[in-house]
Design a protein around this ligand. Sequence first.
Ligand SMILES: Nc1nc2c(ncn2[C@@H]2O[C@H](COP(=O)(O)OP(=O)(O)OP(=O)(O)O)[C@@H](O)[C@H]2O)c(=O)[nH]1
Ligand SMILES: [Mg+2]
Length: 472
Amino acid sequence: MLARTTDPIVAIATASGRGAVGIVRVSGARLAPLVDALCGRPLKPREATYLPFRDAAGEPVDHGLAIHFPSPHSFTGEDVLELQAHGGTVVLQLLLARCLEAAAEADPVTGRPRLPGLRVAEPGEFSQRAFLNGKIDLAQAEAIADLIDASTEAAARSAGRSLSGAFSREIHALRDALIHLRMLVEATLDFPEEEIDFLQKADATGQLAKLQAQLAAVQQRAKQGALLREGIKVVIAGQPNAGKSSLLNALAGAELAIVSAVAGTTRDVVSETIQIHGVPLHVVDTAGLRESSDEVEQIGVARAWGQIEGADAVLFLHDLTRAGQPEYAAADAEILRVLQHKLPASVPVLDVWNKQDAAPMPETAGAAQQGIALSAKTGLGIEALREQLLAMAGWQAVPEGVYLARARHVQALGQVETHLALAASHLAAQAQLLDLLAEELRLAQNALNEITGEFGADDLLGVIFSRFCIGK
Ligand SMILES: Nc1nc2c(ncn2[C@@H]2O[C@H](COP(=O)(O)OP(=O)(O)OP(=O)(O)O)[C@@H](O)[C@H]2O)c(=O)[nH]1
Ligand SMILES: [Mg+2]
């Protein structure tokens, strides 16, 4: 995709379907001849003009507003023409086809095609051009897609914050501090006889420590942002009839999964995304875990384990009405053993004691009976569970607000952290290993630059922009 970044492009920029208004957008190096053909005259820059959009014979395809944004004062930095027509699928397709046709027609003055090579844009190609022409950086381009995809108000707000450049500014501040430190170290490398003194005078250790603290703050906010964007997967697991499906329904506030007194009701995986304070949680109900001779149930149990292995957090559900029965407790203990074996220590498992309406938590709550007691049937304790789930997801409200960061950003910040830690150890070493120190700082800067796209492989860019919608 990146190979053909100079072709003029056109796309329907609005969502398909019926709407009052629909927009066709063209971007290219010089659109004046195309404007003439479609609008019948040149347009004042950045001013909306109501006029007929003309077909080859000069007849109107539709009437609407045309706006010409001459380069470089446009979204993409190229010449951009925006045609705001009526929002019908057919009208917009006609207008799109007309743009392609007019581009290929011979210009009456030059005799050559008006806009050679005009083609329909690939997803995200307008934003990609904005990035390539320096209108926005990569983190901002990603924020555009995230703003469009945002499914909660909190996600939309934080995407807006990233788009306005708040995230990029913090990354740049880190980078500037890093460059300052690098210059110091590189200069010391050039004048080795003065090395110790030079670095000490400039308090390189203090500068590095400050940089690490600054990074930690950005990391914290970016992690929260990634959580808002991606959410976590919470799997409800436990023995048959513990009330797993009832709990999913209670959390979702809808009768999604079948609930019945028959043990082994749920066979397939049922999942629903719920939101708690704007954080998306993908809650998964699974088949009750037990040995079974029923072939379908066996498949269900295998699927349940598959889900558990991919969980970010597990709710281990217990039935209080049966908790006192030795064989029930033994089966729970066995499930816990396998859970601990299959799950990495980083995945939290919360014990949830259900049916509190029918049987109380045992008075002598031992270590095994920690967790949370509730009733999926009456809703008692569900609110407390929701709060607990947020804590398990690692959500902490950040007073200054979060940026809608992506996993990619969090990863890159993690790399910066690693390189800075290594740099600090080289700096603290007896015989200061200046070459290694310089190298770690360089690598840290590369990782930072990857976030804003100032340094990044082309294939990475291709992947990022191809996930955008067409016309954006
Ligand atoms: N009293 C009471 N009964 C409950 C509660 N939650 C679930 N039940 C009942 O327990 C039975 C099993 O509920 P389900 O939600 O189907 O249990 P499950 O864990 O999904 O069961 P399987 O799909 O068979 O593994 C049903 O009869 C529910 O009405 C509760 O909080 N209190
Ligand atoms: Mg069930």
